[in-house]
Design a protein around this ligand. Structure first.
Ligand code: NAP
Length: 163
């Protein structure tokens, strides 16, 4: 499994259920990586999507502790173990953990790679991704300049792999 995430300089990823930075090129980057693959997310992240609808063209697995939760177009898992069972037959390279904070934290130990869009700014945040720069278990494999967002914020695509 791999993780894909967009962060600010302090590894903030969200505030009040929303993303911190609008970046249409990063959205396209996200789609390029996850198209046709399996995406695993928390219930709050699903509900943050337009209309609370799953992502098209991908297998959507959603974590919740609620037994009655069964939105259309998603497979529901009630634990990390259930996620791993549901993905057991998939190519690990085509299973993507897509957030939010609680799910990144729990699934990161199962991820071999993390693709991180780093925005050169900080924003008020209440959700964070673990700081991979401070974790000796991870190292940077590659950095690609991304350009600037529509709001003028420079960003880069950094790929981390397990050391
Ligand atoms: N920047 C990015 O790349 C990015 C990506 C995704 C999300 N985000 C942001 O992250 C924030 C949301 O993160 P979050 O941590 O608050 O929510 P989340 O991880 O999306 O969802 C949390 C929910 O997932 C379920 N869950 C988590 N662990 C579980 C487990 N082990 N077993 C069963 N269910 C489990 C629970 O659902 P129930 O309450 O239904 O039991 C929990 O309340 C938002 O601000 C969003 O915009 C940012």
């Amino acid at each position: 499994m791999n993780a894909i995430v967009a962060v600010c300089e302090d590894w903030g990823i969200g505030h009040k259920g929303r993303l911190l930075v609008r970046n249409s090129e990063d959205m396209a980057h996200f789609v390029r990586h996850t198209r046709g693959a399996t995406v695993v997310m928390g219930r709050k992240t699903l509900e943050s999507f337009p209309g609370g609808k799953p992502l098209k063209g991908r297998r959507n697995i959603v974590l919740t502790r609620s037994r009655g939760y069964a939105p259309e177009g998603v497979e529901v898992a009630h634990s990390v173990d259930e996620v791993l069972e549901l993905c057991a037959g998939d190519d690990p390279e085509s299973v993507w953990c897509i957030g939010g904070a609680s799910v990144y934290e729990q699934l990161l130990p199962h991820c071999g790679r993390a693709i991180v869009t780093k925005h050169a700014c900080t924003r008020p945040a209440d959700s964070f991704f673990p700081n991979l720069d401070a974790d000796p278990a991870w190292h940077v494999e590659s950095v690609a300049e991304g350009g600037v967002t529509e709001e003028g914020i420079p960003y880069s695509f950094v790929t981390y792999v397990r050391a």
